[in-house]
Design a protein around this ligand. Structure first.
Ligand code: NAP
Length: 321
C-alpha cells in the first residue's frame, strides 16, 4: 500500500514532535515545516527516539508562494497546522504579531489547498482559549466564544476561517479544540512546566523561590501524547468536523503547586504570589466535555492530572541538567 504523506507545521514544538512520533509508527512519510532551517532543532525528535526520516522544509506560512511550492512538491494526504505563537502571555506583549501570524497562516494554507484543488485533509490547532468568558460549564463544541486575549482572538479567527472553507468550498478542515496538554517537551514558559522545573531547581539549591500570578483559578489539563492521537483520529474520518479534546475535569493551579512541592518535599514558603503577574482578564474555572471526541473518534482518555503530574515530575528529574 502507498505510504501516506503528512505535512506538519510547527514540528519542532511539543505537539509536532509527539505527532511525528505517532505518524512514524503509522508508517507515514513525514514532512516537517519550519520557519528557519538554520535554527531548526532536532532535540525533541532525538528525545522521543523517532526513527523515521523527517523531511524538513523551510516554509514561511505568511508567504503564500512557499506554501504553494511545498504543497505541489508533496501533494500531502494530511496537513497538520500546529505552528503558532502559542503563548497567551506573550500575546499580550505582541498582540499584532500574534494575531497576524496565527490568522494569516491558516488562511494561506486553506486558500492554497482550495486553489490547487487538492484533496488534502487539514487539521487546524484550535484552542479552548477561544471560549474565554463562558456562561456555563462544561464547554462543548457549541459554546459561544468570547475570547479574552490576543492569542484567543487569533485562534477564534483561525477556527472560523476553517469552518468557512469547509462550508463554502468543501475543503476538508477539522478544528481540534484542545485544552491545555502537558509533557516533558512543553516550552518552559508554560505554567505546569515552570512549576515542575522551578521546584526541582529549588530542591537542588539552584533557586530560592517559585514566583506565580493568580493560582486560584481552575483549568482542564491533560497529557500531550494522548491528545495528538485525537488529532490523528480526527483526520481518519470521512467527514470533517470540530472536536473538543480535553480531560473533562478542572483542577486548581494552586493544587498543582501543592502536589509538586509535596512530592518533592519542598517548603511552601518558597511560593511567592505576585499580583503584577496577574492577567488583565481571566476566567475562574474552565473545563470541557469530551463526549463527542470519545464517541465519534473513538478517542480514549481517563487520566487524572495528578497521575500525569507524577509522570512529568519524574521525567523532568531524570533528565535534569
Ligand atoms: P509550541 O510548542 O509553542 O510550538 C509551536 C511551533 O510553532 C514552534 O515549534 C515553532 O516552530 C512554530 N512557530 C511558527 N511561527 C511561530 C511564531 N510566530 N512564534 C512561535 N512559534 C512559531 O506549541 P504546542 O504546544 O506544540 O502547540 C501546537 C499548537 O496547538 C499551537 O498552534 C498551539 O497554539 C495549539 N494549542 C496548544 C495547546 C497546548 O496546551 N499545548 C492547547 C491548545 C492549542 P519553528 O520555530 O520551527 O517554526
Amino acid at each position: 500500500m502507498k505510504k501516506k504523506i503528512a505535512i506538519i507545521s510547527g514540528i519542532t514544538g511539543q505537539d509536532g514532535a509527539y505527532l511525528a512520533q505517532l505518524l512514524s509508527r503509522e508508517n507515514y512519510t513525514i514532512v516537517g515545516l519550519t520557519r528557519s532551517s538554520h535554527n531548526f532543532s532536532t532535540k525533541n525528535f532525538k528525545y522521543l527516539d523517532i526513527k523515521a526520516e523527517i523531511l524538513i522544509e523551510e516554509c514561511d506560512l505568511l508567504d503564500f508562494s512557499s506554501i504553494i511550492k511545498v504543497l505541489l512538491k508533496y501533494q500531502p494526504d494530511e496537513f497538520y497546522n500546529l505552528a503558532a505563537q502559542s503563548s497567551v502571555g506573550i500575546s499580550f506583549e505582541q498582540p499584532i504579531g500574534t494575531i497576524n501570524y496565527n490568522t494569516q497562516s491558516v488562511l494561506n494554507i486553506l486558500e492554497s489547498v482550495r486553489l490547487l484543488q487538492l484533496e488534502t485533509k487539514i487539521y487546524q490547532a484550535s484552542s479552548s482559549e477561544m471560549f474565554g468568558q463562558v456562561k456555563s460549564l462544561p464547554v462543548t463544541e457549541s459554546t459561544p466564544m468570547h475570547p479574552l486575549s490576543p492569542y484567543a482572538i487569533s485562534k477564534a479567527s483561525g477556527f472560523w476561517i476553517g469552518v468557512n472553507y469547509r462550508e463554502s468550498y468543501k475543503v476538508f478542515c477539522v478544528n481540534g479544540i484542545l485544552f491545555n496538554h502537558e509533557s516533558y517537551l512543553r516550552s518552559p514558559n508554560f505554567f505546569v512546566k515552570k512549576v515542575i522545573r522551578t521546584s526541582l531547581e529549588i530542591k537542588k539549591g539552584l533557586r530560592d523561590e517559585l514566583r506565580v500570578g493568580n493560582i486560584d483559578v481552575k483549568r482542564d489539563f491533560g497529557y500531550a501524547p494522548d491528545y495528538v492521537t485525537a488529532m490523528w483520529l480526527s483526520l481518519q474520518q470521512n467527514k470533517a468536523d470540530d472536536y473538543l479534546i480535553c480531560s473533562g475535569t478542572s483542577i486548581y493551579l494552586r493544587d498543582i503547586i501543592t502536589y509538586t512541592m509535596d512530592y518533592l518535599k519542598i517548603s511552601k514558603n518558597k511560593l511567592v504570589e505576585d499580583p503584577t503577574l496577574f492577567r488583565p482578564t481571566e476566567m475562574e474555572d474552565m473545563y470541557g466535555d469530551n463526549k463527542k471526541a470519545k464517541t465519534v473518534l473513538g478517542w480514549e482518555y481517563d487520566k487524572s492530572f495528578f497521575d500525569v503530574l507524577e509522570i512529568l515530575i519524574n521525567e523532568e528529574d531524570k533528565n535534569f541538567i
